[in-house]
Design a protein around this ligand. Structure first.
Ligand SMILES: O=C(O)Cc1cc(O)ccc1O
Ligand SMILES: [Fe+2]
Length: 449
């Protein structure tokens, strides 16, 4: 267990992407931080009177009795307790947000699916208004499975706040910066970085530099953690110290605000007379973090053959079955490819796991032209797929010099549960209906003699 270190902002790390916000380093460490000196009680969680007139409140991310290595909770010291955040919840239309089980909205049937990048809305749209679900799987109530979403936003949430009681949210920006202000503090992220927001944690997404688009993995299952490295040893892949958790920051804002909550797939609203981001100090290990995917140190094949993409797992959300993830977050970062006498792109394959892919920037080697940044594809359980004709032809004829795949970042949400596209995702304007034709050119070339 890492030790808890009290980190005043001046001693915390500054993030390279924004240079102003301060962060503490390490993945799922036990952190302690205060925005006002003396706001964090020393030596106990719940003194008779918390310092500076604050309320003490625990946010439990796991059962009280979860084993120590898995136990997650954070203590907040806040201006008002969460029970004072709102006056009854009223159900509202969830818009294009869907939650599993949601199996019957699409008539797409089986087959390889691909979507064009989704255009920015014309009308004012914040992160929650612009959240659109593409696929769901499993069952949120059973705490199994996930949903893939896209967010499109052209205005800040400002005085609107949200928490998700159904799952943690992994944000993958693709266009534009986002500033995620959570109960634990503020995180800034640009394309190439990811942000992980704990289940049940209140937050808002503001847009410091204009419109933003990105992907979201909503994980209903066990929380994302770092994968085992096995024979790779003690280093490489995502290194824990590159995960950044914000120092305490709060809004002391006594004006009308709205809190939105997603619970069991339903969206609710409640009016507040003040900001719920009123945590002045906190300590614990249930906290948001961000990570720059370019810090990932890939380990690959150095002589021949294309290895399984699991070597590029950044985070894994395990299921009860060892080695069979509820969802893995896998990336395809810049790297050298050096394999000799090998077909270097992904092989043709059928995978019992389901693969939802997105492209943050650059080109993906298996689909160099057809897969666009901001686009998405779904190769569901046991649906055959692999390089398109163009990629096959190049890869099987080119001279195999060492090659650097530069300026590229694709990713995959890979889950054990087959995914169902939503009705929204099935609309023909969004879909790349010609996608399966990309393999038409793979003609017979068998020469028995
Ligand atoms: O299908 C895909 O493009 C993702 C993928 C990449 C890879 O290198 C090996 C297997 C795999 O599913
Ligand atoms: Fe695949």
């Amino acid at each position: 267990m890492p030790d808890t270190v009290l980190m005043p902002p001046s001693e915390a790390v500054l993030s390279p992407s924004d240079g102003t916000l301060a962060y503490m380093t390490g993945f799922a460490n036990s952190f302690a931080t205060e925005a006002v000196p003396g706001a964090l009680p020393v030596g106990r969680n719940s003194p008779q009177k918390a310092p500076r007139g604050l309320y003490a409140e625990q946010l439990s991310g796991t059962a009280f009795t979860a084993p120590r290595h898995a136990n997650k909770r954070t203590w907040f010291y806040r201006i008002r307790p969460s029970v004072r955040h709102g006056n009854g919840f009223r159900r509202i239309d969830a818009g294009l947000i869907r939650t599993a089980p949601c199996r019957d909205e699409s008539d797409l049937g089986i087959g390889q699916l691909r979507w064009h990048p989704i255009a920015m809305p014309e009308e004012p749209t914040d992160f929650i208004q612009g959240l659109r679900t593409i696929t769901t799987c499993g069952d949120a109530q059973m705490q199994a499975g996930m949903a893939s979403h896209v967010y499109l936003a052209n205005r800040s949430m400002d005085n609107r706040y949200f928490y998700n009681a159904d799952g943690e949210m992994l944000l993958v920006p693709q266009i534009g910066a986002i500033e995620v202000f959570t109960e634990c503090g503020r995180l800034h992220a640009t394309p190439g970085e990811i942000v992980l927001i704990p289940k049940g944690m209140k937050f808002k997404v503001d847009l410091p530099d204009g419109p933003a688009r990105g992907y979201v993995c909503e994980n209903y299952g066990a929380y994302f953690t770092l994968p085992e490295r096995g024979p790779i040893g003690a280093n490489c892949l995502a290194n824990p110290r590159d995960f950044l958790t914000p120092v305490a920051a709060y809004e002391d804002r006594e004006e009308p605000c709205e809190l939105l909550v997603k619970s069991q797939g339903k969206l609710y609203t409640t009016q507040l007379a003040q900001s719920p981001l009123d945590v002045v100090a906190w300590h614990g290990n249930f906290a948001p973090c961000k990570y720059d995917l370019r810090r990932f140190s890939p380990v690959g094949s150095v002589l021949f053959d294309h290895p399984d993409p699991s070597i590029y797992t950044v985070l894994t959300a395990p299921s009860e079955t060892p080695g069979t993830a509820n969802v893995d977050f896998v990336i395809f970062p810049e790297r050298w490819v050096v394999m000799e006498d090998s077909f270097r792109p992904p092989w043709y394959h059928m995978n019992v796991m389901s693969e939802f892919m997105g492209l943050i920037y650059g080109q993906y080697d298996a689909k160099p032209e057809g897969f666009k940044p901001g686009g998405m594809s779904l190769h569901n359980a046991l649906i055959a797929h692999g390089p398109d004709t163009e990629a096959f032809e190049k890869a099987s004829t080119r001279e195999l010099k060492p090659e650097r795949l530069s300026g590229t970042m694709a990713f995959m949400f890979e889950t054990r549960y087959p995914m169902s596209p939503t009705g929204y995702a099935s609309s023909l304007e969004l879909m790349d209906t010609g996608y399966p034709d990309c393999w038409d050119g793979l003609t017979r070339d068998f020469r028995p003699r």
